[in-house]
Ligand binder design. Structure first.
Ligand code: ATP
Ligand code: MG
Length: 360
């Protein structure tokens, strides 16, 4: 008879614009790893949510959407965004709803300059840009707290309050220490204690406290402005990095820029306790300017599929997928236009699959 395969149930929210085009390639790759491995399989369920859904129904996802998603092992997200739908609606009514609702308080963004990837810095190698940024994903500067006083009057005042709880700050820093220990690498905290006299002083204090539990992990602390400079001038200073929600948002875009651009940047939103599904996504948007042309770069989505494989404990496959992406970059004959090539989204996806097969 047939042997039982471990089923991974994946909720696919392909979303808008190039979202569905790039996810198709990531799904092909995931299915290929399952086929070659033989011990697990993916079951994909498609949810038609996003901005087009919003234009028809007045909301980004169905009533009770979160409840439905709970049943899945992971969420694979393409992109949401559509000309005419304000960004804050697509962001708050879908992405942040999922991140907050599922307590995905860790955002992981690998910043690794793959061989062959375009880099605006001169003479840097893969060894020199190879970091993992761990961004606080649930509170901080993006807590949504504030006030708008005396609206429209000359004495108008707007408050945007950062919220840094003991629990929230400690758990992200501890997660980063665990990761640094696992990797045997240093951990750098990025903050701004000289100017943000409550939140970042607290952050630094918690970092130093937790550090005492990890004497084996070498630590560094940078002000965010200095860190931005060193990302460009000496990126090799950074290995595992932990930072707040806002600083992480900014610094990882800078990181994406030095490590191959948007076409290669992947991110994972993790609920470490696994009470709820985690979510894997390319960090680029829906790219309406190239949507429907079949030329979007699928490598960021494929990289996030590799993060999903890691998350499920299949690090061997995650690595192999990453190597296959790198091979595409090195061979450089099948690339999408954003990377200087003339190939289609599908052709790049097929090439990654060839690579996985060869590396097997
Ligand atoms: P959104 O509002 O959904 O964030 P956006 O246009 O503001 O969309 P992105 O979608 O991130 O932001 O696109 C920024 C630029 O990068 C665009 O010119 C887009 O075409 C390009 N781009 C983004 N992702 C890709 C990709 N995967 N392949 C090729 N080009 C891309
Ligand atoms: Mg955008």
């Amino acid at each position: 008879g047939k042997t039982m395969k471990r089923p991974y149930k994946i909720a696919v929210i392909a979303g808008d614009g190039i979202g569905p085009e790039v996810l198709t390639e990531g799904i092909k790759v995931l299915n290929k790893t399952a086929e070659l491995d033989g011990s697990f399989e993916f079951q994909f369920t498609y949810f038609p949510w996003g901005c087009e859904y919003y234009l028809e129904h007045g909301k980004m996802m169905e009533e009770g959407g979160l409840e439905q998603l709970k049943a899945y092992d992971a969420i694979y997200l393409g992109a949401v965004g559509y000309p005419g739908v304000p960004d804050h609606i697509s962001l708050w009514d879908l992405l942040l709803k999922i991140r907050k609702g599922f307590n995905q308080y860790v955002n992981i963004r690998p910043i690794t300059l793959l061989e062959g990837a375009p880099c605006p810095l001169k003479d840097v190698s893969r060894e020199q840009i190879d970091m993992l940024v761990i961004r606080e994903n649930s509170e901080g500067e993006y807590a949504g707290a504030g006030d708008w006083l005396f609206k429209g009057q000359p004495n108008e005042v707007v408050l945007q309050t950062g919220i840094f709880s003991r629990i929230g700050t400690e758990r992200i820093i501890r997660y980063a220490f665990e990761e640094a220990r696992k990797q045997g690498r240093s951990l750098t905290s990025i903050s701004k204690g000289n100017a943000l006299n409550y939140s970042m002083v607290f952050w630094d204090e918690v970092f130093n406290e937790v550090a005492k539990e990890y004497p084996d992990v070498k630590t560094y602390s940078y002000l965010v402005d200095a860190a931005a400079m060193f990302f460009v001038k000496q990126p090799w200073r950074f290995e595992v990095v932990v930072t707040s929600n806002l600083f992480g948002d900014i610094i990882t875009d800078l990181g994406a820029a030095i490590a191959g651009g948007l076409g290669l940047a992947a991110g994972a939103n993790i609920n470490p306790e696994r009470e709820y599904p985690s979510m894997f996504e390319p960090i680029h948007g829906s790219a309406p300017d190239i949507a429907g042309k079949g030329i979007a770069n699928p490598l960021a989505s494929i990289w996030s599929a590799s993060q999903m494989l890691d998350f499920f404990g299949h690090e061997d496959w995650g690595k192999r997928v990453l190597s296959a992406i790198e091979r595409v970059m090195i061979e450089a004959d099948v690339l999408t236009p954003d990377m200087g090539g003339t190939s289609s989204t599908t052709q790049v996806g097929d090439r990654v699959i060839d690579g996985i097969q060869d590396l097997n």
